[in-house]
Design a protein around this ligand. Structure first.
Ligand SMILES: Cc1cc2nc3c(=O)[nH]c(=O)nc-3n(C[C@H](O)[C@H](O)[C@H](O)COP(=O)(O)OP(=O)(O)OC[C@H]3O[C@@H](n4cnc5c(N)ncnc54)[C@H](O)[C@@H]3O)c2cc1C
Length: 434
């Protein structure tokens, strides 16, 4: 049953006592936790709510492992992380020991070499517990994947092992205060030094997830003329003179991860830290976002599933007018619609994930469709769940949809707004040039 995971160089081989072997070391999950996950699965897998439907045996095991991890290490603490605005670094490093920080990276440099579909299975379970922390992990995985895909062998060997173990954290830096949706108009400038050994970076990036905390910043900067072909990709390490950070942004949600502006003031970056050729940076950034959008969409799905489960229990137990809320047909129909939308969103994301893995020429548009649909549906479901909890849904607490509503709202905005997703889909339909 585990052969495929083992073949992929990744990770989970159960041992006596429930030990799970990971690519970067061993991690112990007590056997009873695994049994709990199995029992949970048996119950949940008896209805249309089964999110293991269509997965193979290895993926079911991966799902159970991620679910167990999330239930033990994330769910009980997520509300505190939100309230205290804490990035749970140790938990992320534990997740990395299970392979969750280099999911799409070659095992030779510390990753798991798994598929986009596998990644979506993992992120759904983690986001069920904490969409905000999981979303940061997806961005970290987007960066590790970009480096694995586009960097030189020397750079991969140098940068990836520490990122896959989360000894180092990573951020993706595209957006600027003057260039959001129109990302290719960015103006952060990287000029070669006279001796040609360094780029001198000047400008700033806005809204950077992990900003101030991350150890490595993958920065898109202009090395040439206007437009996408003048943009290159540089890996800027924390501690580089001239690199500094703005104040932490105050946000509606995503409180368990930091967000801030990143400034470059004559920041000298060695030429060896340029990823790929000059002028290829925008292409890399867009390729990263195809997968990133699926991961963010998956975070919405995980959040929506948690809100749905909370609501299903709540309406069965809450009595008004002498009967359970769930005895009202209008409530039953809402649940049916929520479950249908959730299923549709998951199918779209998993289908787009397979398209991306298969390098389908229309994968970008399928990813955009899936991101738009799943993040809209996810927000709707979480918000509907809040409404069905009445006033209690508006209160904070570990079993309230409130935090989820705040966390998933931004998924409709970042990694390309949902309007820009429509633009990408329309361009594909009408066969327009960008
Ligand atoms: C919490 C958070 C974390 C983020 N993390 C990162 C990160 O880690 N790295 C990073 O690089 N960026 C990050 N971002 C930035 C994010 O990707 C941008 O906010 C997003 O791409 C939108 O850009 P903008 O905010 O400048 O909005 P704008 O581009 O100014 O858009 C404003 C509105 O106009 C609409 N619009 C724009 N152009 C069109 C058009 N042609 N047709 C129709 N409507 C249009 C948009 O859809 C939007 O509704 C983050 C943002 C947030 C809020």
């Amino acid at each position: 049953m585990l052969t495929r995971l083992a073949r992929r160089g990744a990770t989970w081989a159960p041992r006596e006592g429930g030990r799970l072997l990971s690519g970067s070391g061993t991690r112990t999950l007590p056997l009873q936790r695994l049994q709990h996950a199995a029992a949970f699965s048996d119950a949940a897998r008896s209805s249309v709510l089964d999110n293991g439907h269509g997965l193979d045996e290895d993926q079911i095991m991966l799902q159970d492992t991620a679910r167990s991890f999330a239930a033990q290490e994330m769910t009980p603490f997520a509300e505190d992380w939100d309230r205290e605005k804490t990035l749970p670094e140790d938990v992320l490093r534990h997740a990395a020991q299970l392979g969750f920080a280099g999911i799409f990276v070659d095992p030779e440099v510390g990753g798991c070499g798994m598929s986009r579909l596998d990644g979506s299975v993992i992120f759904e379970e983690l986001a069920y517990a904490c969409p905000s922390t999981t979303a940061y992990l997806t961005i970290h995985n987007m960066v590790t994947r970009m480096i694995d895909q586009f960097a030189s062998d020397e750079q991969r060997q140098r940068l990836l092992p520490d990122l896959c173990s989360m000894d180092k954290f990573a951020s993706y830096c595209l957006t600027e205060s003057g260039s959001g949706s129109d990302a290719s108009s960015l103006s952060t400038k990287a000029e070669l030094s006279e001796d040609g050994t360094e780029y001198i970076l000047n400008g700033s990036k806005a809204f950077i997830s992990g900003g101030g905390r991350s150890d490595l910043y993958l920065v898109m900067a202009r090395t040439g003329g206007q437009g996408p072909r003048g943009i290159s990709c540089l890996a800027v390490e924390k501690g580089t003179p001239g690199l500094s950070f703005g104040a932490q942004e105050r946000k509606l949600g995503w409180n368990s991860q930091p967000t801030c502006q990143v400034f470059f003031d004559d920041c000298r970056v060695p030429v060896e830290n340029r990823i790929g050729e000059e002028g290829h940076g925008f292409k890399f950034a867009m390729a990263g976002l195809d997968g990133g959008r699926l991961s963010i969409a998956t975070c919405s799905i995980g959040a929506a599933k948690r809100c749905f489960d909370l609501t299903r229990e709540y309406v069965a137990s809450r009595k008004q007018f002498g009967k359970s809320l769930s005895e009202n047909q209008s409530i039953q129909f809402k649940l049916a619609d929520m479950a249908t939308d959730l299923h549709a969103a998951r199918l779209m994301v998993r289908n787009a994930a397979q398209m991306l893995d298969a390098k389908d020429p229309h994968a970008t548009a399928f990813c955009a469709m899936a991101k738009r649909f799943a993040t809209d549906a996810g927000f709707r479901i979480c918000n509907e769940a809040l409404q069905m909890h009445g006033g209690y849904g508006y209160l904070q607490g570990n079993n309230s949809p409130e935090r989820y509503v705040r966390d998933v709202r931004v998924h409709q905005i970042l990694e390309g707004t949902n309007e820009i997703m429509r633009h990408i889909v329309a361009r594909n339909i009408l066969q327009l040039q960008s």
